[in-house]
Design a protein around this ligand. Sequence first.
Ligand code: HMG
Ligand code: MG
Length: 300
Amino acid sequence: MRPDYIRIVEVGPRDGLQNEAQPLSPQERVELIQQLAAAGLKDIEAGSFVSPRWVPQMAGSDEVLESLSGRVDLRLPVLVPNKTGYENARAAGAREIAIFGAASETFSQRNINCSIDESLSRFAEVCALAKDDGVVIRGYISCVLGCPYEGKVEIAQVVSLAAKLIAMGCSEISLGDTIGVGTPDKARALAKACASETGIDSLSVHFHDTYGQALANILACIEIGVTTVDTAVGGLGGCPYASGSAGNVATEDVVYMMEGLGIDCATDLDQLVTITDSLSRRLGHPPASRVARAQLAKRH
Ligand code: HMG
Ligand code: MG
């Protein structure tokens, strides 16, 4: 059975822009977030409090959050890898954070420079602080359907991590198919297995579209009751530590599919296409979103 409503978590200003050769200034990122909010999006990942030496594109995430401090109508999660990141995010006014672990040891090392066990200790420290401060915590698990270094990833490993992150205080687990290798039956089986530990309402799905499977995977997951989907405007993105990974599923493509299915997602498709148009000019490449490309061809 399909849901009536889907909540979109827009990750373009973080997962999208973190991978762009052309960095946007904090002010440009604020304007992008304001435009996305005007199109109806209420959950917008606003940046990362990671090392600017590792991900220079996310430098100035403190300025982004500070400029948006008046937008109490929005949920603006930011990535936090450790206590330093948490303290910086809080100083900038973060009310919601996202910790990010991985189901693969090698990816964990490459992405956050520590083992999975060590990452869990860091996350436990961050979560304890966040709970005291009343900060909402999202928990990402990367490489849930395959790893760029290790290949196959066991479902049991993802389920075990999801249970640990929930026990630490995460209100939602985002299942990241970082390299976009999943196919619908596998995606559904994974979501079902994780839901048995976390509850289906605590799951979000985060598909990169490397192999063109993202929409099919989303449909497979919403048909078993998942109602939160991570997307990126224009289909921006990729992970700097997962070579060959393509962008996230495009927000426009998901909104178009949901409209076709009669599922509300409270987002204006025309406005999204306009945002993607100007963003892709600024970034110097055409959008990955098929829907944006089709609609822009009709407009011009
Ligand atoms: P490290 O070098 O191991 O950290 O980095 P360290 O503790 O050894 O410290 C080294 C230096 O970094 C120190 O500075 C620290 O102060 C500083 P120094 O004394 O040399 O001047 N430092 C920091 N600076 C700013 N913010 C911080 C911070 N922590 C330490 N939070 C670290 C560890 C995690 C920081 C590093 O590996 C890092 O920044 N990695 C970037 C990870 C990242 O952003 N990856 C992309 C996002 S994940 C993703 O895209 C996947 C996802 O979308 C889901 C999916 O698709 O599957 C979420
Ligand atoms: Mg991602």
